[in-house]
Design a protein around this ligand. Structure first.
Ligand code: ZN
Length: 349
């Protein structure tokens, strides 16, 4: 264990400041300890494992009790799995997808905010912003679920799925884009996705491929009724991942939601993409802060805790806090977990 040098004013300029986690004030003492740990041995003296562990510890501190699932999914195991072929390389003979029985994945549709509804499965989220001007949807689930969860879900809630005007795809993996073609064909919905992920989707051998439509640009926004969705390019999980800032209301009170568009890093994520992921997490943190976002949404239930929060909505009384309104710092902590787990992954590359 290295000994910490006596602190002087100059010692507080951490040489690793750029790569150290951004933590809440209560954790500054800890981050200084991490800084000393990082600073008091040269790169040659530190093992890869030690460096990875510094970032894993930072992720664990930022995770607290709220983001442990995120930490456990994104942070690398020790030692990590060997790096393999990237996601973009599609096997020539992909195994057919096994369609699970409805009972294994079906989730009732749920009103979450005044105009925002959950129409996902018990694993994947699809968010529907409903207005007189039409319905905007974020993500479309695997195609086996689109009919029952999204189309059937909207009907159960009293809406007409023919009003789906716009489908935003957070990133081009089958669990998010596979229902888009059906919504295009059936209801004439427009589909928006990052340019690189249109390319990715067109190479997809396992899922229906939507016709190329709107190319998402960084900063592009869409407004229907009281909801504005602004897209931010956050490459990493895929090259074309788009994260969203979404305005919503809770009993008429304005809130801002942040949705990190692509979350996991695996042994198939290229080293370039791990670095992009780190840069995107830092950038989106600044966007979250500027937007004063106070709601955390995700496209998998495990990441935003929807499986715990949705049941709370059913028993919520007037005046009770909204379970999805977590405050800006909790979202920044979430992105700090993602960033530091990615830095731990990078330590091994
Ligand atoms: Zn994905």
């Amino acid at each position: 264990m290295p000994t910490f040098p006596r602190a002087t004013a100059s010692h507080f300029v951490c040489p690793h400041a750029a790569s150290l986690p951004r933590l809440k004030p209560a954790l500054i003492a800890c981050s200084m300890a991490l800084c000393w740990t990082a600073a008091s041995a040269t790169a040659a003296e530190r093992s890869v494992e030690e460096v990875a562990d510094i970032y894993r510890q930072a992720a664990t501190l930022a995770a607290g009790t709220q983001h442990l699932r995120l930490r456990n999914v994104v942070c690398p195991a020790s030692p990590p799995l060997p790096v393999t072929a990237p996601f973009a390389v599609v096997p020539s003979e992909p195994a057919p997808r096994v369609v699970p029985p409805l009972a294994d994945w079906y989730h009732e549709p749920v009103k979450v905010f005044d105009q925002l509804y959950f129409v996902g499965t018990n694993e994947h989220s699809s968010w529907a912003a409903v207005s007189d001007e039409g319905i905007m949807l974020i993500d479309t689930l695997y195609d086996y679920a689109t009919g029952d969860a999204i189309v059937g879900g909207l009907r159960k809630l009293g809406f007409d799925p023919a009003d789906i005007e716009l489908v935003i795809i957070s990133h081009g993996h089958g669990d998010h884009h596979a229902g888009a073609k059906y919504l295009q064909d059936e209801f004439g919905a427009r589909v928006v996705m990052g340019a690189d992920d249109w390319d990715l989707v067109e190479r997809d051998r396992r899922n229906p491929i939507p016709r190329r439509d709107i190319i998402a640009e960084d900063g592009m926004s869409f407004t229907m009724g009281n909801t504005t969705v602004t897209l931010h390019a956050t490459p990493g999980h895929t090259d074309g991942t788009m994260s969203s800032i979404i305005t919503v209301q809770d009993n008429g009170v304005e809130h801002v939601a942040a949705l990190w568009g692509g979350t996991s890093i695996t042994e198939r994520t290229t080293t370039d993409n791990v670095q992009l992921y780190i840069d995107s997490a830092v950038r989106f943190s600044n966007i979250v802060q500027s937007a004063a976002a106070d709601i955390l949404l995700a496209n998998h239930l495990i990441f935003d805790g929807s499986m715990d929060k949705i049941p709370l909505l059913a028993t919520r009384q007037a005046g009770d806090p909204h379970p999805y309104v977590v405050g800006t710092q909790t979202i920044l902590d979430y992105l700090s977990v993602a960033e530091n787990c990615a830095r731990a992954v990078m330590a091994y590359r």
